[in-house]
Each structure stands twice: as C-alpha cells, then as structure tokens.
Write a protein that binds this ligand. Structure first.
Ligand SMILES: NC(=O)c1ccc[n+]([C@@H]2O[C@H](COP(=O)([O-])OP(=O)(O)OC[C@H]3O[C@@H](n4cnc5c(N)ncnc54)[C@H](OP(=O)(O)O)[C@@H]3O)[C@@H](O)[C@H]2O)c1
Length: 312
C-alpha cells in the first residue's frame, strides 16, 4: 500500500477559524458523488471512521437526505460534524431562498447547518444581494452557524459586503494548481473571508501532472497528497471528493504529512495558468447535469499543453 493511504482510523483534520469565530475543519469530504442513500450511508460512515468531520453537499447533488441519514445511522452526534449546503441559482430571491433553505434542513433532517452558501452568483438574475440578505436572516435566526458564497468573484463580494451587514465567512471556488485564483485569494484574505477550493485536484486531472508525480516519489506520498498538502500550506480549505474507500484516508492524511519545502511549493505555484475547467461564474446560470465533465480529459490536455507556450 502506498504511503499515507489505507482505511485506518485516523486523526481528524486541523480546523480554521472563520470570521465569526466558528471553527471549520480544513479538510472535508466533497459529496458531489452521485450516490444514493445507501451509498452515502456507507461512504459517510467510512469517512467518519477515518477522521472526516466535514461534509459538503448541495440540493444539486441530490444527496442531502443521504448525508443526514448517514449521520444518524452512524450515531454521530450532530455537534461533531460540520455540514455545508447551498442554495441553487434558480432558488435565488427572498421567498424562494427561504423555501429552499427549509427544504434543505428537511432533507438533512437537521435543525441547522454549519455553513450555508449561495452556489453561484448568477449575476444575470440580479438577485444575489437579495439572496445574501436572506442568508443573513438564517444566520440571525441561528439556523446557519456561518454563511458564505461560492463562485463569487471580487466584484460580487464587494457588492454583498457593501449592501449586507455580515461579511461572508467563506468563498468556495474552483481552485487547483492550474487555476490558483491569486487575486481572489488576496481579496478574500484582505476581507477576512476564507477561501475554500472546489475541485482541489481539478476533478482528478491534476494527478497526471509530471511535476506532481515526481514530487510524490521524493516525499513517499501520493500525487493526491502532494496537491492537497500544497493547498493546506496556502491556508485553503479543501473538500476533495472520492467514492473509493481507501482514498478517504489517503486524502485526509495530507493534513498530517511533513511540510512541502518552499522550493517544491514554488514548483506547484508555477503551474498556474488560469486553466479553468468549470464554468465562468459571471456567465453561468445552469446546464444539464454532468455538463462540466464534458470533454474534461481533452480540455485538461489543452490546459497542460497551453501552459508550455500555446496559450492556456
Ligand atoms: N461550489 C461549486 O460550484 C462546486 C463545484 C464542483 C464541486 N464542488 C464541491 O467540491 C467537491 C470536490 O470537487 P470535485 O468532486 O469536482 O473534484 P476533485 O475533488 O478535485 O476530484 C475528484 C476526482 O478525483 C478522484 N480522486 C479523489 N481522490 C483521489 C486519490 N487519492 N487518488 C486518485 N484519484 C482520486 C476521484 O475519483 P474516485 O471517486 O474514484 O476516488 C474523482 O474522480 C465536490 O464533491 C463538491 O462537494 C463545488
């Protein structure tokens, strides 16, 4: 078995403090995994056993119910897990967002969530500020311990900060070695907003980067662990997804590996080429399920080739 992998009972991930004092695990399990209730019960139980305490879901993933069921089925005390869910773009606007939030709590079978996010700004709807003010109500009501956004660019964030009374605790964005979002990370850091990476491994594509494979060998780690370690050393919150039980521990273990040397951090930093694989937040409203995965291999090949001189 490779170093750092295996389904052993493990240490929990370190936490980071959000801008309202709430502690959030820096490594969580991404749950955009297509699993039904039974699959979620198996996966979440295994994840909890190896040390996961945070789970990222959304109505869009169709498994809030499975997540809640899994937590109860495994007898996990509610206060021991950190649950994130989100409001989808077509549910933006005060009334729809209130209905969507109630439906999420209902699906989860929980009285509160730890973090509630606006899934996309969908600026063409003109509703994200109104939606944000509605999230502030959930926060005041004590039904969301923290509130934040996903896929917000600095100009969207500036607007909610200007018109709202709560600064988002988290901005969850596409972030991996080929799309490092430096400007956004700096904006977030400057405003006390934690940056959280979705697709921290570019949906697994980054694992085939030669520079990463090389480093993995030198650190007796796996390529996934090297990438996740790089994120953690930058202070980013990560939610790697896996449906493969052995990889649960492998990914979480990244938090307990020795630090990457500064020279190796620089090698990964240098892979950045604005190589977005997901939708552009300023243009994205909706698309068929799985559309983000379309031609992913070829698109990523192009990103890697482009970074060598062809235009990323
Ligand atoms: N807010 C948003 O708009 C948004 C958008 C996308 C995703 N997300 C969230 O972010 C989470 C993570 O992003 P993601 O699911 O797109 O991508 P990801 O975590 O970057 O990559 C997941 C892929 O990597 C593979 N993988 C995981 N661990 C591995 C390992 N140790 N070795 C080899 N392969 C490994 C998985 O396959 P196996 O399952 O076979 O292991 C899967 O194919 C999602 O689950 C979701 O919670 C949010």
């Amino acid at each position: 078995m490779e170093a750092g992998s295996g389904m052993t009972a493990g240490q929990v991930a370190p936490s980071v403090r959000l801008n309202n004092g709430v502690e959030m695990p820096q490594v969580g399990l991404g749950c955009a995994n297509g699993l039904d209730d039974e699959g979620m019960v198996r996966l979440v139980t295994a994840a909890y056993e190896v040390g996961y305490r945070a789970f990222d879901t959304a109505p869009r993933y169709h498994n809030e119910h499975g997540l809640g069921l899994a937590v109860r089925h495994a007898g996990i005390p509610r206060a021991e897990v950190f649950v994130t869910t989100k409001v989808w773009s077509t549910d933006q606007g005060r009334d729809a967002t209130r209905r969507a939030f109630d439906a999420s709590l209902d699906q989860l079978g929980m009285e509160y969530v730890d973090l509630y996010l606006i899934h996309f700004p969908a600026p063409m709807l003109g509703l994200y500020v109104e939606t944000w003010l509605t999230l502030e109500e959930f926060y005041q009501e004590g039904r969301a311990r923290a509130i934040g956004v996903a896929n917000f660019e600095p100009h969207h964030l500036a607007e909610v900060i200007r018109q709202g009374s709560v600064v988002p605790a988290v901005d969850q964005v596409e972030l991996h070695p080929r799309l490092q979002q430096r400007h956004l990370r700096e904006f977030n850091a400057g405003h006390g907003i934690r940056t959280e990476a979705w697709s921290p491994m570019a949906m697994g594509q980054t694992l085939r980067e030669p520079a990463i494979a090389d480093m993995a060998e030198r650190y007796s780690a796996t390529p996934a662990q090297i990438i996740l370690r790089w994120h953690l050393q930058h202070g980013t919150i990560i939610i790697p997804r896996t449906r493969t039980p052995d990889r649960l521990a492998e990914n979480l273990q990244a938090a307990h590996l020795p630090q990457l040397e500064p020279a190796d951090m620089s090698v990964i930093d240098a892979l950045d080429c604005d190589g977005r694989i997901g939708p552009n937040p300023d243009e994205w409203l909706d698309g068929p399920r799985g559309s983000v995965l379309k031609n992913l291999d070829q698109r990523y090949e192009k990103i890697m080739r482009g970074a060598q001189g062809d235009g990323c």
